[in-house]
Design a protein around this ligand. Structure first.
Ligand code: SF4
Ligand code: SF4
Length: 404
């Protein structure tokens, strides 16, 4: 596998460093200068990302966020190997948001932008919060379109949840039988998930709820033969069904992957389970890394009220931008556009990998790669070629925005 070396054209500027030669680089803009962004020049290749900086930054400031991703709970009950919550549980503080902070943040969100797409999840299991029903109700009453994505191993109050004005409740899973499911959803019980799906179906009948119930099947190399079983099961219960390739998270581990720093066990799982093969996906995205990043229009909050650089990063120490209470959207965007992690991410092209769902050409290219990396038998066991809705391994990322 080809790995990218940090010295391979990568120029990450440390805060406050002086960059004497940036003005004569193509694509350098006034905004880049103002924000202290150093464009990469990977051995004569395209300057990454910076060319559109002025327009993109001003547009994003004017338009405000397109979606809000907000963890109300600080952890998950499962340990999925492809997910940061599952594989790096000790990195961030654990806990849950309390009423006073929830209302303060919600009111600020409501008052300072017209964005109403509110996803109560990013790296956590939202149904673990004991007040999730009340919080969904309050947010819906304020006019937010509330979306949830859950592993559904825990469901306290099915009727309350379906009566809380939630637009979408997505069940994220990766198999039909326990033997297959637990490889991707480690620590989970698929029979419990199915029983809870029955409860949701019954609760929807009783409440007359308009909440859209959806199963989102994360495809790995080992679970393609069970896609159609789960599709049938879900559709029989009145759930919509979507599937897409799971990918490896968070961004920190993708960096480790391309830099060769991932542990042997993590690399083995990534190489065996992820489709298309990560090395070829990264290589594909390298050729498209000049694309701008779609994630910069998301507002991402953790359960403590910290704004995160983006939904693909997990470590608050690395990606926290500050307290939401003390930041406005302009300041958040300025910090993002000048952030050295984004420069590194765009240099590797990883932002394209995470955000490819919105771009038909990229989706098609990923599907071609996937097909090429599967055996005939695996291809026949798979579902439709073009996924209905993208969502990522946890129901996450820009694909989170894809939830209408
Ligand atoms: S993928 Fe979902 S269920 Fe699995 S650890 Fe991550 S947040 Fe939890
Ligand atoms: S870290 Fe990468 S994916 Fe996240 S906002 Fe920056 S460029 Fe986009």
């Amino acid at each position: 596998m080809r790995t990218l070396e940090t010295g391979d054209g990568l120029r990450v500027r440390s805060k406050g460093a002086v960059n004497d030669d940036r003005t004569d680089r193509p694509g350098t803009t006034a905004a880049a200068d103002r924000l202290g962004i150093v464009p990469f020049d990977a051995g004569g290749g395209p300057v990454v990302g910076i060319g559109e900086c002025d327009r993109r930054l001003e547009e994003s400031i004017q338009n405000g966020p397109t979606s809000i991703l907000w963890d109300l709970f600080g952890s998950c009950n499962l340990r999925c190997p492809a997910c940061a919550s599952g594989a790096m549980p000790a990195v961030n503080a654990k806990g849950l948001i309390v009423d006073e902070q929830f209302h303060r943040i919600l009111n600020k969100l409501h008052g300072e932008s017209s964005c109403r797409q509110l996803h109560f999840y990013n790296w956590s299991e939202p149904l673990l919060h004991p007040r999730i029903v009340q919080y969904c109700r309050v947010a819906s009453d304020l006019g937010f379109h509330v979306h949830l994505s859950s592993n559904l191993n825990r469901l306290r109050d099915a009727e309350g949840l379906l009566d809380a004005g939630v637009k979408t409740l997505r069940v994220s899973l990766s198999g039909f039988t326990q033997e297959v499911y637990e490889k991707g959803h480690r620590g989970g019980d698929v029979e419990l998930v199915k029983a809870n799906m029955h409860r949701l179906r019954d609760a929807r009948r009783r409440t007359g709820s308009n909440t859209r119930l959806q199963v989102y099947y994360l495809k790995y190399r080992h679970n393609l033969h069970e896609v159609s079983l789960m599709r049938q099961f879900a559709e029989n219960l009145g759930f919509t069904f979507a599937s897409d390739w799971a990918f490896y998270t968070p961004l920190e581990r993708m960096f480790e992957y391309v830099e060769g720093g991932l542990s042997a066990a993590d690399r083995r799982f990534a190489d065996e389970a992820i489709v298309p093969a990560m090395s070829s996906a990264v290589a594909l995205m390298q050729g498209r890394r000049h694309r701008s990043c779609e994630a910069v229009n998301q507002l991402v909050l953790d359960w403590q009220g910290n704004v995160m650089l983006c939904c693909a990063l997990y470590s608050r120490a690395m990606a926290g931008l500050g307290r939401h209470q003390q930041l406005n959207w302009r300041r958040i965007q300025e910090m993002r556009y000048g952030h050295e992690i984004c420069s590194k991410c765009m240099h590797y092209g990883v932002h394209v990998l995470y955000m490819h769902y919105h771009v038909p050409e990229l989706r098609a290219a990923m599907e071609d790669l996937a097909e090429a990396s599967l055996t005939q038998e695996q291809q026949e066991g798979g579902d439709e070629r073009t996924p209905t809705v993208g969502l990522g391994v946890r129901g996450g990322y820009s694909p989170k925005e894809a939830t209408p």
